[in-house]
Design a protein. Structure first.
Lengths: 225, 225
DNA sequence: AGGAAATTTCACAGATTTGCCATAATCATA
DNA sequence: TATGATTATGGCAAATCTGTGAAATTTCCT
């Protein structure tokens, strides 16, 4: 699977390195820029920046300007970093369309968590294959390979499994599943899901156990444990 | 999605109306109160106030008192409105746990921006993990790790523990717990909470002691002491 | 239209959870 | 320390939820 590219903009190289290290550890690809101008250039050069982490205080063009400029033509998520919780800054941050606001000093852990949360929310992996512990989902081909061998699934089964794997580790209520895998105007019985889960589990064989039941709530796809 | 409820407290009806109009335009639901007493009542009646806008100067109970009282049992964001930018006021506002401080006169636009910023900031929590002294709550995964190991909890147990930890350090009455963790239409015995606390404590092992009993009142999650 | 495959619905058995009670243990206070 | 009030606990029955197999429907092809 392609790594997601994140543009990190800060004039302090120490800060960029810090952030980069954490992001790389989480398997993102990092592009750096040390001022607003370079940031804009890199952003336009690379067409596939998935998210931007933007320091406010920078020489030449400051963070607000960069944010505004990018918002003219793109909805790429932006996280703003500002020194201390200056209120006016915060206000401006949201007004001009930043998605998040984190004040320095921050824990890299938090930053990474936010990044992941945002990317999850905006989820832009439409066309890529998903793979997890021997199960490969080929979206374009609409087929699933288990340990390299094709697994025959019906349409709904495929959609359901894909949804599970897209959201691995996340507990999904039946209602949520219904809304995503079925049409929004489906008013049938939520227990239908159970039946599909049953078939999925059985077709997945030993890997069927990855679809865990969360009693009183729904299901969750999770490997291990 | 449900509209978020905002409680607007000010003795001047003109001011309330002004604020309300702006908030309603931004698709919030507004509840009004014209003095501190009414504010507290409304706050406790409605279980789902998302944010409070609180004027300081008010008859009966003033804004500071209201803020303090609410903070005894809740972390609901509070924005204080005070006449003039008196520093002492501002300081006090933050000391007693207000989240923001806006001095009159202010532009409603600013107020709305702050409201949105705060809700954004605090609302994020849905997606983030909570961690405290070895107990990690993975909300998305609907599971709890104790010192890295998964702890099996039932649905209610999970909800209850999450609620405790979200409000760590705050004494929670049984009624309040009931209102948050149980459905609004539950009219059973408040003693049921005791039973769940019992199970939680037992499952948490030595960490079970963090759930403290507040005699005659309810419970509180607190590490140490 | 006929038939096969895919989806849903249904009902029941088996699990798990939840709420409540009785009793023991604690606490606050006179 | 005695007493009334409040909380802790173990146990139980009722309520709730899930897994399944099978039947009922719908969809899709030919």
């Amino acid at each position: 699977m392609e790594k997601l590219k994140i543009l990190v903009v800060d004039d302090e190289s120490r800060m960029r390195k810090l952030v980069r290290d954490f992001l790389v550890k989480k398997d993102f690809e990092v592009v750096e820029a040390e001022d607003g101008e370079e940031a804009l250039n890199k952003f336009y050069e690379q067409k596939d920046i998935a998210l931007i982490i933007l320091d406010v205080m920078m020489p030449k063009i400051n963070g607000w300007e960069v944010c505004k400029e990018i918002r003219e033509s793109s909805k790429t998520p932006i996280i703003m970093l500002t020194a201390k919780g200056e209120e006016s800054d915060e206000l401006m941050g949201f007004d001009i369309g930043a998605d998040e606001y984190i004040s320095k000093p921050f824990s890299p852990k938090i930053l990474v968590a936010r990044v992941e949360a945002i990317l999850r929310r905006t989820g832009k992996k439409e066309e890529e294959n998903l793979e997890i512990s021997g199960i490969t989902i080929d979206r374009l081909g609409h087929q699933v390979l288990v340990d390299g061998k094709e697994l025959e699934l019906s349409y709904k089964e495929f959609e359901l499994l894909t949804y599970f794997i897209e959201n691995k580790g996340i507990a999904l209520s039946r209602e949520k599943i219904l809304n995503h895998v079925w049409n929004y105007d489906y008013f049938g019985d939520a227990r239908t899901i159970d039946t599909h889960v049953k078939k999925l589990r059985s077709k997945l064989g030993e890997k069927g156990g990855y679809i865990k039941t969360i009693w009183g709530m729904g299901y969750k796809f999770e490997v291990g444990e």
